[in-house]
Design a protein around this ligand. Structure first.
Ligand code: PLP
Length: 441
């Protein structure tokens, strides 16, 4: 048995280079984070060797006594980390990642071609919430289910709940999905759930739909109670585990134990995960997740999440001072969405130039974008650099660096006007390649 450097120096070298890139760049991608050494130790352990199809105590393979102990511990910690009563809520910790977790929920509670409503991708939603273009059903969710996205009110940058309600009453979806990949504000769960007043519908109940929250981006903030609690109002909550939560790459599905709309969510969801869509759980990931969920109950984790939010506010404040327009005017969570169009630049160019200066963030659609191919905004997140110890002061400096990068881009744009480089940039930003970059985020 050899060390990696001996067994495969080529892969070792690639890992070394990636480690250096991560170390040297300003990591501002809102969906990324640096997990802990303890999580990585569990993920790189012998747990990866074991097959354990099934659930604790009900496996299709022998030799699972320790894996049973691990998965049960992980489930208990997951419920504790999100302040859930074990009698009312259950959790499946086996989903391989966020998109499979969502698809597993859909197949658990719906038949093919049942109707769903999620936030439209160009308005901040995720591919797996039913994205399609006018020409193409892009995501498996929109291929196997009928999707009618809801959108933001373009004048405020906030979810247009009035329109969602009107559309839901006509479309009568089986599932309404809260949650997003690029939305800087809290969702209004009570509004999405029940009666607002005796005469006004609240959306999911009015149409007899399940309400699910995909809290992938903000699960760390939810665990630390620094944003609104989706569990109070939702039937099902899904999440990735590697974003603000700082765990290994993976997914979880939380479900109410009481039957909802006549469906026993516990068995429907567990069966959808295995044998419905997955085989053997990734036990090394479940090990890493258990470690992360222990940490998520600590005072240090709460302090970290507080800083994620205050750092993001400092970044937002400075960008506004520098004259940038933020979608919704600011942020309640870990990300800001900057509309670059008033600056005379698009998100694709800004991303490229900033990348050259080791500032890693991503281009993003903003409401009102004419073309989905050349998005007008950038998304900036605070979790990763907060993990690396940045405070508000450093995030103000980050805003200044971004501004400097944008100024240089504007200068460069003047210089390249009419040159071959301009044609090349047009090609890069209008090709399918650029669309794939955008939608795969
Ligand atoms: N849900 C949301 C809201 C996301 O932002 C993402 C990824 O960014 C996912 C789900 C998908 O997660 P994964 O990439 O792990 O499949």
């Amino acid at each position: 048995d050899y060390e990696l450097s001996e067994a495969d120096p080529e892969v070792r070298e690639i890992i070394n280079k990636e480690k250096e890139r991560q170390f040297k760049s300003l990591e501002l991608i809102a969906s990324e984070n640096f997990t802990s050494r303890a999580v990585m130790e569990a993920v790189g352990s012998c747990l990866t060797n074991k097959y354990s199809e099934g659930l604790p105590g009900k496996r299709y393979y022998g030799g699972n006594e320790h894996i049973d102990e691990l998965e049960t511990l992980c489930q208990k910690r997951a419920l504790a980390a999100f302040h859930l009563d074990e009698k009312k809520w259950g959790v499946n910790v086996q989903p391989l990642s966020g998109s499979p977790a969502n698809f597993e929920v859909y197949t658990a509670i719906m038949n093919p071609h049942d109707r769903i409503m999620g936030l439209d991708l160009p308005h901040g939603g995720h591919l797996s919430h039913g994205f399609m273009t006018p020409k193409r059903r892009v995501s498996g969710t929109s291929i196997y289910f009928e999707s009618m996205p809801y959108r933001l009110d373009e004048s405020t940058g906030l979810v247009d709940y009035d329109m969602l309600e009107k559309t839901a009453i006509l479309f009568r979806p089986k599932l309404i999905i809260a949650g997003a990949s690029a939305y800087p504000r809290d969702f209004d769960y009570p509004r999405m759930r029940k009666w607002l007043t005796t005469w006004h519908w609240k959306i999911a109940d009015a149409v007899g739909a399940f309400l699910m929250m995909d809290m992938a981006h903000i699960s760390g903030l939810v665990a630390a109670s620094v944003v609104a609690d989706p569990f109070e109002y939702c039937d099902i909550v899904t999440t990735t585990t590697h974003k603000s939560l700082r765990g290994p790459r993976g997914g979880m599905i939380f479900f109410r134990k009481d039957p909802i709309l006549g469906v026993d969510l516990e068995s429907a969801i567990n069966n959808a995960v295995f044998p419905g869509l997955q085989g053997g759980p990734h036990n090394h990931t479940i090990g890493g997740l258990a470690v992360c969920l222990k940490h998520a109950q600590s005072p240090q984790f709460k302090a970290y999440q507080d800083k994620v939010v205050s750092n993001c506010r400092a970044l937002a404040g400075r960008l506004i001072e520098l004259g940038y327009k933020l979608v919704s005017g600011g942020s309640d969570n870990h990300l800001v969405l900057v509309d670059m169009r008033p600056m005379g630049i698009d998100g694709a160019r800004a991303e490229k130039i900033l990348d050259m200066a080791s500032i890693t963030l991503n281009k993003n659609s903003v409401p009102g974008d004419k073309s989905a191919l050349v998005p007008g905004g950038i998304r900036i997140g605070s979790p990763a650099m907060t993990t690396r110890g940045f405070t508000e002061k450093e995030f103000v400096a980050v805003a200044d660096f971004i501004h400097e990068g944008v100024q240089i881009t504007l200068e460069a744009k003047k210089l390249v006007k009419g040159s071959k480089l301009q044609d090349f940039m047009k090609f890069v930003t209008s090709s399918d390649f650029s669309l794939m970059n955008k939608v795969s985020d």
